[in-house]
Design a protein. Structure first.
Length: 259
């Protein structure tokens, strides 16, 4: 079994794969100061709740935007599984070529998303990931990662509003019935959600124009389900896109070692 770990700034998503089949999945808060033993205990416990254990894991693949935890998960794999983890980064086979000024700047989650989307469709695509930031990543028909866009995420924007405006409190992230809010809460919900929808529609339209249609549009991330139904574009929501990308990267590199 393969343990795929996507370490984000806020949350860490984990999937257990048998081949390409996702057997188990969970999310935990990203704790930057967690020790190797704490990480091992946490994931072993979550596996046991699902009828498995860390000892049954054969391989580990990690995509991380938190350097301290990248090293911690590498140590976990060596200490508890007696094997090296595959860490998504420079020198790892991905099946796509990265055509940006400094490929080392590209976050592992964004690269995994691009790998997964292109692996699925083998066509030009745009991936929108709704996380701490809302990111847009463009891949050409030939499997070239062209670059992207980074904007503040919905929850990040909400926290900024609440922190800097004394009379604006945190609100539930649900779309109001109409764009024109009848209260402060509805007005904030409208700005956050419909504002993000307008941002997504506008940026996606411009990216598609630059790439040249047809372009497949894919969304992932915790708040994608809020935005996708409201968009003017036809967007496919794939919650496990990043984990799927990590699994594909592992598969590519295992096959490369075998040949």
């Amino acid at each position: 079994m393969l343990l795929a770990i996507d370490v984000g700034n806020t949350q860490t998503a984990v999937g257990v794969y048998e081949g390409r089949e996702l057997l188990h999945e969970w999310r935990v808060s990203t704790e930057r100061e967690a020790t190797v033993d704490e990480l091992a205990a946490r994931h072993d416990q979550l596996l046991r709740l699902r009828g498995a254990s860390l000892a049954e894991i054969d391989d580990v693949v990690v995509g991380s935007v938190v350097p301290t935890l990248t090293a911690a998960y590498q140590d976990l794999s060596i200490s508890y599984l007696e094997r090296d983890a595959l860490v998504l980064g420079p020198g790892v086979r991905t099946g796509i070529s990265v055509k940006i000024d400094n490929p080392r700047e590209l976050g592992a989650d964004r690269l995994a998303n691009a790998v997964s989307a292109y692996g699925r469709y083998r066509s030009a695509c745009v991936v929108v990931d709704f996380g701490t930031a809302t990111t847009f990543d463009a891949v050409s028909t030939d499997g070239e990662y062209l670059g992207g866009v980074i904007a503040a995420g919905i929850e990040t924007s909400l926290e900024a509003l609440s922190a800097r405006a004394a009379r604006l409190l945190k609100v539930d992230l649900v779309p109001p019935a109409k764009v024109i809010g009848k209260s402060t809460v509805e007005s904030m919900q409208s700005g956050l959600i419909y504002g993000t929808v307008a941002q997504v529609d506008g940026i996606v339209s411009r990216v598609v124009e630059e790439i040249g249609p047809p372009v497949k549009i894919v969304a992932t991330g915790g708040l994608a389900e809020l935005v996708v139904p409201l968009s003017e574009h036809s967007i496919e929501h794939i919650p496990q896109l990043t984990l799927e990308g990590l699994q594909r990267v592992h598969e590519l590199n295992v096959h490369a070692e075998a040949t």
